[in-house]
Ligand binder design. Sequence first.
Ligand SMILES: [Mg+2]
Length: 391
Amino acid sequence: MRNLWVHMTGPDRPGILGRLLDGVSDLGLELTDVEQVAVGDRLILAFAVDLPEHMTDAHEGLTFLARELGLTAELRNERRHPQRSDDLILVVTVLGEPVPARAMAAVGNTLAGYGANIRRIETLARRRLHCIEMLAVTDARHRKAVARDLLSVAARHDVDISVQDEGLDRRSKRLVVMDVDSTLIQGEQIDELATLVGAGEQVSRITHRAMNGELDFRGALRERVALLRGLPVDRLQEVRERLPYNPGVRSLVKVLREMGFRIAILSGGFTYFVDQFKQELGLDYAYANDLEVVDGKLTGETVGPIVDGQRKKELLAEIAESEGIRLDQVIAIGDGANDLPMMGIAGLGIAFNAKPRVREMAPHNINRRGLDSILFLLGIREEEIERVEAK
Ligand SMILES: [Mg+2]
């Protein structure tokens, strides 16, 4: 079906839409579509009406209306292409410090290469970080190739690009599950513990290899915990001071809370610290390994099930089930190889400043400073985050 499309631009001020659409009604025209964006103090407004019987009168009337409102108008009879059933709307989020025009050009060219049409572009953040969100309509058959090519654009231009399907799933997330070491906090619990017994370097070499997926997690954990044997348990608190939160953690938690999210932390570290983080931040769940203590000293063993990659995945599923939350409503965030299984079953799996091998395999990557930058993948704007922070 054909419509008369009217595109108007000019200086924005309150009241334009009301006066304009009153005018459209007065001309006896039936509104079928309307879209508007205001960029700075400029207005870009487009609307469509059913093809009028008396085209010349309608043209004259609409042109007069626009002039009266200080806008320039362009009128066209055209068919709006209806969305085909095999079309997908993709949300492409570009994060950088800054996002260079060259990177955006590459994103645009990549989308165009697959015949994808950009429907909307919005800047979500421009201060601490630069974040641009785009909605693009693409043929579902190109979904994988578009995402793959955009990842290589990200690598070439030093930005992060995440591609998600737009739809209810994206907007119905309810549970966030986070890793702890190098995700919630800076550094690794076991490495800091090892410095107390003079084995810091030896242990941190093992940790690095384990987190990059080069060693079996359970064996590597047992080997490192054994080195702590004989350490008085009351010395553990010294280590807590050396494990600061990552930037952005408090505002991330605050915003998620406002939005009604449940929050869990799952750690290959130790309950001694992880329970404190849960308490301090007001989280809902915390799971980690339990260091065995006899006569006030660590025995060099853990008790209970070891929290490795497989266990994290099981715990994520258990928590979701007990909360009545579907897996596609879960966001999983981590940086290590032992976080990949849980990222794999979550609706949105994000590798945060991850080890190189993890980056390659993770569904989404964020390599920026603040943990709160993951909020941009949910379409949340910087102003909204700041408003919650200020409360
Ligand atoms: Mg970690």
